[in-house]
Design a protein around this ligand. Structure first.
Ligand SMILES: *[C@@H]1O[C@H](CO)[C@@H](O)[C@H](O)[C@H]1NC(C)=O
Ligand SMILES: *[C@@H]1O[C@H](CO)[C@@H](O)[C@H](O)[C@H]1NC(C)=O
Ligand SMILES: *[C@@H]1O[C@H](CO)[C@@H](O)[C@H](O)[C@H]1NC(C)=O
Length: 389
């Protein structure tokens, strides 16, 4: 089976970009110290209905299952709660959970959300996520991932939402900020996790999210993680150059420059489908690609501007990071339409303006069938090929 004809939500996601929960926060969060980490390997699937990668999460006691999207650029997890207006029919009914509690306004967790409000049910907040305006109150309950219970996990219990960006059954935040799953479990999982994303074509839970230093690859190439105080949720790396086939593309270094003050630079993100590069990087890459195709007739399709009806012959594209070259096979940079025989370069220029106009984003299509290992303690991000589709 081939990839469906670039469904609209898929192209839409190019502009939706990252969760907006990244901001400066102090770190006085109450953290979870002990839990029996059984075998912290959580299966991941592509949720074609959701347009995001999802994991099975059990919330509360007794457990209620949700298929939550994983977001490496989001911090606070968002769970659609009972009586949520604007949510889908699958919600978490907090009244049926014996371990559920709401979080008070004066609590340390409440100081971690932007502009908290104090209401009848404690600490509340609103957050923009893509085109959604999400209103939630902070709550705590046991979250069970595979067989690993995380008691007292803090999340946003969503009471209302607008728009279509919030994944229907919620979002599991794997970002670097204090309310993320990773930041809430530092002594258990030691701020270490990895994931392997299956292709959009695979239908089962064949990918995996591995939490903690156990079961992680050891000999794997890596690049330093960089941190921007402007956008502290994001996993920044230093992209230096891009090679198309054997040629290093002539790109001004400013297109890649990391700037912790503005948030410019390059990130890895599971919440964006296709890699987007700033224009001064994308245009030369695309032009080199077209040149290597012998200037064959180019068409555009949806958000892609370099599509062919003849066979594409470019063997590889290499992202060159500090200390690590990642050479992508064609499956990670060519997308085929269902109808006809159109093949497109599966990347785009970052749309002008807005907070993301200085950001290069390595999207999920480019990460498929690779293991991405993030080790905050070693301040590095590692990549290895791993078929998981
Ligand atoms: C989002 O919704 C909240 C609550 O209704 C509102 O106070 C806030 O102004 C909204 N934000 C935006 C950007 O529309
Ligand atoms: C493709 O076009 C470029 C720029 O117009 C030109 O320099 C190059 O020679 C062309 N390549 C082929 C194979 O026609
Ligand atoms: C990446 O590839 C370039 C050649 O294109 C090479 O000069 C460089 O040393 C490589 N970097 C690493 C870390 O292997």
């Amino acid at each position: 089976m081939r990839i469906p004809l670039f469904p609209l939500p898929l192209l839409f996601l190019i502009s939706v970009a990252h969760g907006v929960s990244d901001r400066e926060q102090d770190s006085t969060l109450q953290i979870i110290h002990s839990l029996a980490a059984a075998r912290p390997i959580i299966p991941i699937a592509w949720g074609s209905q959701v347009g995001a990668y999802v994991v099975k999460v059990n919330v509360g006691t007794p457990t209620q299952p949700l298929l939550m999207a994983v977001g490496t650029s989001s911090d606070a997890s968002l769970v659609p709660c009972d009586k949520c207006s604007g949510c889908s029919s699958t919600t978490f009914d907090s009244t049926k959970s014996s371990t559920f509690n709401t979080i008070a306004c004066g609590s340390p967790q409440c100081s971690q959300v932007l502009n908290p409000t104090c209401g009848r049910i404690g600490c509340g907040f609103s957050q923009i996520y893509g085109n959604s305006n999400v209103t939630a109150n902070l709550a705590g309950d046991t979250l069970t991932l595979a067989d690993n219970p995380i008691p007292g996990f803090t999340f946003g219990c969503v009471r209302s939402t607008t728009g279509t960006s919030l994944p229907a059954q919620g979002l599991l935040g794997l970002g670097r900020g204090p309310l993320s799953l990773i930041s809430q479990t530092p002594t258990v999982y030691q701020s270490t996790f990895s994931y392997c994303l299956p292709t959009y074509k695979s239908s089962g839970f064949t990918g995996s999210l591995k939490l903690g230093p156990k079961f992680q690859p050891v000999h794997i190439k890596s690049t330093p993680l960089l941190k921007s105080h402007r956008r502290p949720s994001l996993y920044y790396v230093n992209l230096i150059a891009i090679r198309v086939g054997i040629n290093i593309v002539n790109i001004p270094p400013s297109a890649f420059a990391f700037n912790p003050d503005t948030g410019a630079g390059t990130i890895f993100d599971t919440g964006v489908q296709f890699t987007t590069l700033v224009k001064p990087a994308y245009v030369p890459v695309r032009d080199e690609f077209r040149r290597r195709m012998g200037n064959a007739t180019v068409s555009s399709l949806g958000g892609f501007d370099t599509c062919y009806t003849v066979p594409v012959t470019i063997p590889s594209i290499t992202f060159m990071f500090t200390g690590m070259n990642v050479t992508l096979p064609p499956d990670n940079f060519l997308i085929r339409s269902t109808y006809g025989s159109t093949t497109c370069l599966a990347m785009a220029a970052e749309s002008d303006g807005g907070v993301n106009s200085v950001l290069n984003v390595i999207g999920s299509f480019q990460q498929q069938n690779h293991r991405i290992l993030i080790e905050e303690s070693k301040s590095r991000l590692s990549v290895a090929r791993e078929p998981c589709s």
